[in-house]
Ligand binder design. Structure first.
Ligand SMILES: C[S@@+](CC[C@H](N)C(=O)[O-])C[C@H]1O[C@@H](n2cnc3c(N)ncnc32)[C@H](O)[C@@H]1O
Length: 452
């Protein structure tokens, strides 16, 4: 039986706890840093009083730019030092938020009330984090207040986080177990600084991720409207999202940071989780229906049609991003392992000689005969996120033909481990780049179009 595995995304708690940096500095250390900074500032003031003012301004500027450079250097060293833990933590945050949103949707839309206690608990925990930081900004609170030590004990990092990234980002991240564990345990302010930097770089991505999945971050902030904290008021003044009615895979973050709806030749592209068979568009039986000639199920091994389904979890942890020279592509918001099935390539089933979609169509091939094409899967109008994967001459995924449950399908599978925030790529095949579609711009050293 072919090696297959549904994606096994690691539990956020476990992955973060495994990499959590040991506490090295205490909050006293932070106070010390502040004291040193103050002492330095006082020293500078003294210098200003005893020397020529113009020289001093210059000197101060030089000192400032040197300090800025030093600061940048220190930050980049910190980032490199903590990179692995931070990328694990960010993966945990996306994973946790996604889980909360899936649960919320199950309760609200599917009336799956058994998930309500989990959602309520997550909301309460997130609420505690926001409340503690809000209290801190209104009045001094005892950071070791017994009541709340289970949620947040270290206020330096989380307060800095809120100052730098704002209340909306705090409310979004507060829904994550991984983030809350960090708030409770992480005493190293250097780690917090590097983490804040990484979050800042991905703030837009996190914001879109939360908004397009309907995360109720406003619900956490609105009780604090009366607190007088202006930045909370400002965060809530942001107009409510227009993205909530759209599937996350119909929204693209463009190079200039703006959002666009997916389209091709002025026609909107719609998300579909399954292939669409229309007898008016394909003569004969639906070629995606499993028959004996397609062998056993690749998930359970059964020789008869079974109830196995490919779960779509991997697809919920990717985002659509515009890449230079290539158009829309796919950015991973988690880590995948070699062999993971990332998703099914979906679209409308068309005959093999269909010429209406030269850009997105893929052959549905026979599992036991790679040269036999059963149909075309045309994804120009209907399809899922997999249709946006760019080509690379050194790709991270590959197409496979699979028998799963009652169907046969083309899947996208990890050909090697894929890192957090990496662009997911696939090999379109040599013939793709010989026609009207221009040259490959993957930039790999052995790119097929390099000489072109
Ligand atoms: C299946 S679509 C992928 C999604 C597409 N980028 C979009 O914006 O909808 C294939 C098209 O993407 C672009 N593309 C993908 N990979 C590319 C690459 N390595 N170099 C240049 N263009 C690429 C080309 O325009 C190609 O025809």
């Amino acid at each position: 039986m072919a090696r297959t595995r549904q994606v096994q995304l690691r539990s956020s708690k476990v992955s973060y706890l495994a990499t959590k940096t040991k506490a090295t500095k205490t909050s006293d250390a932070t106070k010390m840093t502040t004291a040193v900074k103050t002492a330095k500032a006082t020293k500078t003031d003294k210098v200003a009083k005893t020397t020529n003012p113009s020289k001093t301004v210059k000197k101060l500027r030089v000192t400032e730019s040197a300090k800025h450079r030093q600061d940048e250097l220190r930050k980049s060293r910190q980032a490199a030092h903590y990179a692995a833990s931070i990328s694990d933590l960010l993966a945990a945050i996306y994973y946790d938020i996604n889980r909360v949103c899936i649960t919320y949707r199950a309760v609200r839309r599917l009336k799956r009330t058994e998930f309500l206690p989990f959602y309520k608990w997550q909301f309460e925990q997130a609420d505690k984090v926001v409340r503690i930081v809000a209290n801190l900004n209104v009045e001094e609170v005892d950071p070791c207040n017994k009541k709340d030590t289970d949620v947040v004990c270290r206020l330096d990092g989380i307060d800095l986080f809120t100052q730098e990234l704002g209340w909306k980002m705090l409310a979004i991240c507060a829904f994550s177990d991984g983030f809350r564990i960090m708030c409770r345990d992480q005493q190293d302010i250097g780690f917090w600084e590097a983490f804040i930097d990484a979050c800042e770089k991905n703030a837009l991505s996190l914001g879109i991720f939360a908004r397009s999945r309907n995360l109720d971050w406003r619900g956490l902030l609105s009780p604090h409207l009366k607190s007088g904290i202006v930045r909370i008021k400002n965060a809530l003044a942001e107009p409510p999202s227009k993205l909530t009615d759209m599937h996350p895979h119909q929204i693209v973050r463009q190079l200039d940071g703006t959002l666009a709806k997916t389209h091709h030749d002025k026609t909107r592209q719609i998300n579909t989780e399954n292939c669409i068979f229309d007898p008016e568009k394909f003569t004969g039986e639906d070629p995606t229906i499993r028959t004996a000639e397609h062998g056993s199920c690749d998930l359970c091994g059964s020789d008869d049609p079974c109830d196995c389904l490919l779960d779509g979890l991997a697809g919920t942890l990717v985002e659509l991003v515009e890449y230079p020279d290539k158009g829309v592509g796919i950015r991973s918001l988690t880590k995948f392992k070699k062999g993971d099935i990332l998703g099914e390539y979906t679209g409308e089933i068309r005959p093999e000689n269909y010429l209406g979609d030269p850009v997105y169509s893929l052959n549905l091939i026979h599992k036991n005969d790679q040269h036999k094409s059963l149909a075309l899967i045309s994804a120009v109008r209907y399809g899922n996120w997999t249709r946006f994967i760019s080509h690379s001459c050194n790709s991270s995924t590959k197409f496979e033909c699979r028998t799963i449950g009652k169907r046969i399908m083309m899947t996208v599978e990890a050909a090697r481990d894929i890192g957090m925030f990496e662009e997911i790529t696939i090999d379109y095949g040599l013939s793709y780049w010989t026609g009207i579609r221009g040259n490959c711009r993957c930039g790999e050293s052995d790119c097929i179009s390099k000489e072109a």
